[in-house]
Ligand binder design. Structure first.
Ligand SMILES: *Cc1c(COP(=O)(O)O)cnc(C)c1O
Length: 424
């Protein structure tokens, strides 16, 4: 037994490990945090560090990240709903939502860096299609922690942060590449050659537990669990995290039943929806051209993930089964209409991903899957950059190394080593 605040338990085979760790030795299951403190007793502060008992790091940081949960008036009235709560995880000062890069990726970055740093890790490498890169870059600058971030060229134009980048952040741009899955593989390869640990994506408990704080904030506000949780997903990490939060809350005596998950993707790129609806596995390498053509058509690019943690124990499929969940394929037109309705009724513009989630709520009401008086938590996972741009100077992150994915070899990575690692 460890005296630590948490242990990691494999959801697949119940093996127990000391943190930090990403994989079980015996099976492919996700590792989940099991906290010594099992009562739900949020601290008297705003933001995600109110839930520090259920976050992996021992320390807090002064970063204004966290979901703001409020009762909807405008949208609820329009949809004739009696009990609609919104978790707003973007940047909207009039709501008190101050997430520095405008999405719920801000909940993942700071806890992850603190968690690894406290356990002796000095550098991390990660891949991102955009929003994760911004959140980790910002947190790395604030905490002066060295990160290497690998992005497809296509993500480069959106890589701004609301402060100046420092040499804590080393950005690798994959030239001629618009594929997130390639960036994930490249980050794995580069990390192996340089000897820098991978942050871990959905397998990183600090990321999931950071994301779980939207559900915890709902419980803090209402003392209960919602009947339904509605979110747009790419990897599904946020959905797994909300399911895990609900399980912790139930065990702590908050609520009586797990919320039903309503998870949506942007058609025509809907691998999780397809797998769930047809009861099949996800094959990230099936017909790559067809997948790319579909990705090129969707508005909500942050939802385009070909390798989600779906089939593993504790992954998205288990989250859907255990909550009697449902998935949705939302077209661009449906999402745009829902985004416009949200802006008209709640007076805040939201991004394409949150518009997909809003459209799925509308569909669930139409199909009778959610009743008008059910308590619902709609997660607005991010909004556009307009309000951030109004309030901050946004600084582009400059690439440290540009390389074509096909040129990544041990030798070329070695030639870039000095630029990528941090000198002691
Ligand atoms: C990353 C992201 C999502 C999808 O989250 P997953 O955890 O990958 O499913 C949804 N909305 C926004 C704004 C995001 O940045």
């Amino acid at each position: 037994m460890t005296l630590d605040k948490l242990e990691l338990v494999c959801v697949g085979c119940r093996a127990v490990y000391a943190p930090p760790r990403l994989h079980c030795d015996h099976c492919s299951g996700l590792l989940r945090s099991q906290y010594a403190e099992q009562t739900f007793d949020p601290a008297d502060r705003t933001g995600l560090f109110a839930f520090q008992d259920w976050l992996p790091p021992a320390a807090c940081a002064d970063i204004p990240a966290g979901a703001v949960v409020y009762t909807s008036q405008g949208l609820a009235e329009r949809l004739q709903m009696e009990n609609l709560a919104i978790a707003f995880s973007g940047y909207a000062p009039k709501l008190g939502a101050l997430n520095p890069t405008g999405t719920f990726k801000d909940f993942e970055a700071t806890p992850s860096i603190l968690y690894y740093r406290e356990r002796g890790v000095e550098s991390l490498i990660l891949a991102s299609a955009g929003n994760t890169a911004r959140a980790f870059a910002y947190a790395a600058v604030q905490l002066d922690f060295h990160v290497i971030i690998v992005v497809p060229e296509r993500a480069l134009e959106r890589l701004w942060i609301p402060c100046e980048a420092t040499e804590a952040v080393r950005l690798i741009v994959l030239d001629g590449c618009d594929d997130y899955a390639t960036a994930i593989r490249a980050a794995g390869h580069i990390g192996d050659v340089l000897g820098i640990p991978n942050e871990g994506g959905a397998r990183n408990v600090a990321r999931r537990d950071g994301m779980s704080t939207a559900m915890l904030e709902y419980a803090k506000q209402t003392g209960a669990l919602p009947g339904h949780y509605v979110q747009a997903i790419g990897s599904g990490t946020g959905a797994i995290a909300s399911w895990e939060a609900a399980q912790r809350l139930l065990a702590a005596g908050v609520g009586t039943e797990l919320p039903r998950l309503h998870l949506s993707q942007n058609a025509p790129f809907t691998p999780i929806h397809d797998a769930w609806a047809r009861g099949i596995r996800i094959d990230p390498d099936r017909d790559p051209e067809d997948q790319q053509r579909r990705i090129d058509e969707i508005d909500a690019l942050v939802l385009a993930n070909r390798m989600p943690p779906y089939d593993v124990a504790g992954g998205v499929r288990d989250a859907l089964s255990s909550t009697d969940g449902h998935t949705y394929a939302i077209t661009n037109d449906e999402a745009r209409a829902a985004g416009a309705l949200f802006e008209e009724t709640e007076h805040i513009p939201i991004g394409p991903a949150a518009s997909v989630a809003t459209a799925s709520l509308i569909q669930a009401l139409q199909d009778g899957r959610i009743a008008l008086d059910d308590p619902v938590l709609l997660h607005i996972t991010g909004n556009g950059e307009a309000l951030l741009r109004r309030d901050f100077d946004l600084h582009q992150i400059e690439p440290t190394w540009r390389v074509r994915p096909e040129d990544l070899t041990e030798a070329t990575i070695e030639t870039a080593r000095d630029r990528l690692v941090r000198s002691p």
